[in-house]
Design a protein around this ligand. Structure first.
Ligand code: KG4
Length: 338
C-alpha cells in the first residue's frame, strides 16, 4: 500500500487540499476564488492571499472527511512551494509546515509545473516517463523532456508571455470575463485571418522557444483601433483567429521538438491544455504522425491539490523531502536541483 499524502495547493486563486495514495485520488477539494477576482478582470494577489488564509483549514477538513480519514492516518504532507504568487504560496507552505511538524511526518515540497504534468498520471495508468511534454498555463509555456518522474530537461520556453496570459489579456480586451482563456475558447467560431491579420512570431536562436507578447499586443491594438473608429469587432471570429494562431505556434514547436527527439509519447499539461482546439489538433496530428497523446481530464487541468499529491509521491521516492526551513519561491525553473 502506498503512503497516504495530504497535499496543499495555493499558488494562485484556488485553495485546494487532496488526499492521495500513489496515483490514486482519495479526495480533492478545490475552493476557487474566480468569482471574486472576476470583478477586477484578473487575480488580485493580496485578495488571493487573504482568501487562502480564510479557506485553508475548512478545505483541509473537508478533504480528510471526503477521504474518510483523520489526521492520524496521514503519512506525509505535500505542498506547492514554487512558482506562483508569493503571498498565496506562503499560506500553503506555512500551513503545511505546521501540519507536518505537529503530526511528526515528512514534508514534501512540490514544484507547481511538475504537478501539472503529474495530473496526467491520475487518469493514465500506463503513462510513464520518458516523454515530451508541452506545459501551458497562465504563467508558463514550456517544452520539457520528462526523462524521469523528477528529472526534467527544458528544451523550449517562452521569451515573454505565457500562452495563458495571451489568451487572458486578449479576451479581456474583447470584453470577455476572467479567466479569459476559458471564455475565449467557448465563444470562438471560425478564424478569419483576412479580416484580422495576426502575426506569427518566430524567435531567433531558440528553435523551440515561443513569443506571445507580439500577438497579444497586436490583438489589443486591433481592438482599440476599432473602438476609436467606432467599428464593431466580431468577437467570436477574432477569438477563433487568436486561438488558431496560439495553437499554430504551440503545435509547430511541439512537433519540431518531437521529431528531433526520440519520444513517441506527447503529453499536454497546465490550464491551457483544456483548450478544445489544442486538444483536437494535437490528437489529429499525433494520429497522422504516429505519436501517443495524453492530456489530463478537464477536472485536473486547472490548479488542484490531487496533482500535487501524485507528484509528491515521486518526489518522496527520490528523496526530495523538506523541513521547517522550507520557504515559498515566486519563480523557480522546473529542472531546479535541491
Ligand atoms: O494551469 P492554470 O490553472 O494556472 C496556472 O498554473 O497558471 O492555468 C490557468 C490558465 C489561464 O490563463 C486560463 O485562461 C487558461 O489556463 N485556460 C484556458 C482554457 N482553460 C483554462 N485557455 C484556453 N482555453 C481553455 N479552454
Amino acid at each position: 500500500m502506498d503512503m497516504k499524502i495530504l497535499s496543499i495547493e495555493s499558488s494562485c486563486d484556488e485553495t485546494s487540499v487532496a488526499v492521495t495514495e500513489g496515483r490514486t485520488v482519495l479526495s480533492n477539494v478545490v475552493a476557487t476564488q474566480i468569482a471574486e477576482h472576476r470583478i477586477y478582470g484578473g487575480v488580485v494577489p493580496e485578495i488571493a492571499s487573504r482568501r487562502h488564509t480564510e479557506a485553508i483549514s475548512t478545505v483541509c477538513d473537508e478533504a480528510l472527511q471526503q477521504a474518510g480519514l483523520g489526521y492520524k492516518d496521514i503519512e506525509a504532507v505535500a505542498v506547492t512551494f514554487a512558482p506562483g504568487l508569493i503571498g498565496a504560496l506562503l499560506v500553503g507552505v506555512n500551513f503545511a509546515k505546521g501540519l507536518a511538524l505537529s503530526l511528526g511526518i515528512p514534508l514534501i515540497p512540490v514544484h507547481h509545473l511538475r504537478s501539472h504534468i503529474a495530473a496526467n498520471y491520475i487518469a493514465h495508468d500506463n503513462l510513464k516517463p520518458p516523454f515530451l511534454c508541452l506545459v501551458v498555463s497562465g504563467g508558463n509555456s514550456l517544452i520539457v523532456e520528462v526523462c524521469d518522474y523528477t528529472d526534467f530537461r527544458v528544451i523550449g520556453g517562452t521569451r515573454d508571455d505565457a500562452a495563458g496570459e495571451c489568451f487572458d489579456k486578449t479576451a479581456r480586451t474583447m470584453g470577455l470575463p476572467y479567466p479569459g482563456g476559458v471564455a475565449l475558447d467557448k465563444i470562438a467560431t471560425t478564424p478569419d485571418f483576412g479580416r484580422y491579420p495576426l502575426p506569427f512570431p518566430h524567435v531567433e536562436g531558440g528553435e523551440y522557444d515561443f513569443s506571445f507578447s507580439g500577438l497579444k499586443t497586436a490583438v489589443i491594438n486591433l481592438v482599440h483601433n476599432a473602438l476609436q473608429k467606432n467599428e464593431e469587432i466580431d468577437v467570436p471570429v477574432l477569438a477563433a483567429t487568436v486561438r488558431k494562431r496560439v495553437c499554430d505556434m504551440l503545435l509547430e514547436n511541439t512537433f519540431k521538438a518531437a521529431e528531433a527527439t526520440s519520444y513517441r509519447q506527447i503529453v499536454l499539461a497546465g490550464g491551457v491544455s483544456g483548450n478544445s482546439e489544442l486538444r483536437s489538433r494535437m490528437e489529429e496530428t499525433c494520429r497522422e504522425k504516429g505519436f501517443n497523446l495524453y492530456y489530463p481530464p478537464l477536472c485536473y487541468c486547472g490548479d488542484n491539490a490531487a496533482m500535487v499529491g501524485v507528484q509528491a509521491y515521486y518526489e518522496y521516492l527520490s528523496g526530495n523531502i523538506g523541513d521547517v526551513s522550507l520557504n515559498a519561491t515566486a519563480t523557480l525553473p522546473i529542472d531546479y536541483r535541491k
